[in-house]
Design a protein around this ligand. Structure first.
Ligand SMILES: CC(C)(COP(=O)(O)OP(=O)(O)OC[C@H]1O[C@@H](n2cnc3c(N)ncnc32)[C@H](O)[C@@H]1OP(=O)(O)O)[C@@H](O)C(=O)NCCC(=O)NCCS
Length: 159
């Protein structure tokens, strides 16, 4: 049983950092100083952790608030420890942050609350995001030596 929790305590923040260092810095070669950025501590940023039944942290992701009114929210830094992949944890993290995005940043049109969520998807993870309904733009760009595509999804609150 996996539980998704909001990062609130210094201990949870340390667990989040440890996962991102393991996955992005050690495994993927991202510069540690780029990986942890100022948005991590911005009060408008939300971080989540995926916890196993024994409390072990297995994955993390973050939600950034829109940069301007009517702009998209951003989900990023989605990381699951290599030993825990393929179990649905990444999808659980995404679903939780999508719910939070529509709750915090959604706008109501014709009685329907929705928000646009954008992310910067590594090419090797495009299939993961596509299964969740994200549509990738064809243009690719290099970031930290890794090919990325922007991808977008309109998330609607349950009726
Ligand atoms: C990408 C990542 C977050 C996926 O997490 P995960 O827990 O393994 O994913 P899930 O088990 O929830 O997979 C959900 C679905 O996506 C599929 N999927 C997962 N990773 C995929 C990938 N890289 N390419 C294509 N499909 C993928 C799964 O097969 C599953 O499909 P299903 O619903 O048909 O069974 C994880 O592999 C990871 O942390 N990778 C390293 C860091 C990274 O690349 N992060 C993304 C940066 S943009």
């Amino acid at each position: 049983m996996i539980e998704i929790v909001r990062v609130e305590t210094p201990e949870q923040r340390a667990q989040m950092t440890a996962i991102r260092v393991t996955v992005f810095v050690d495994e993927q070669g991202v510069d540690a100083e780029v990986e942890m950025d100022e948005l991590d501590t911005d009060p408008s940023t939300a971080h989540v952790l995926a916890l196993a039944a024994d409390g072990t942290a297995l994955g993390t992701a973050r939600l950034l608030a829109p940069e301007h009114a009517d702009g998209p929210a951003h989900i990023g830094r989605v990381a699951v420890l290599s030993t825990a992949r393929g179990l649905g944890i990444g999808a659980l993290l995404m679903t939780d942050l999508e719910e939070l995005a529509v709750e915090r940043h959604g706008v109501v049109v014709d009685g329907v609350r929705s928000v646009s969520v954008e992310l910067s998807a590594q090419e090797q993870a495009l299939g993961f995001y596509a299964r969740l309904g994200y549509v990738a733009r064809p243009e690719r760009y290099l970031s930290e030596g890794i090919w990325h595509h922007d991808a977008v999804k309109v998330v609607t609150a349950p009726q």
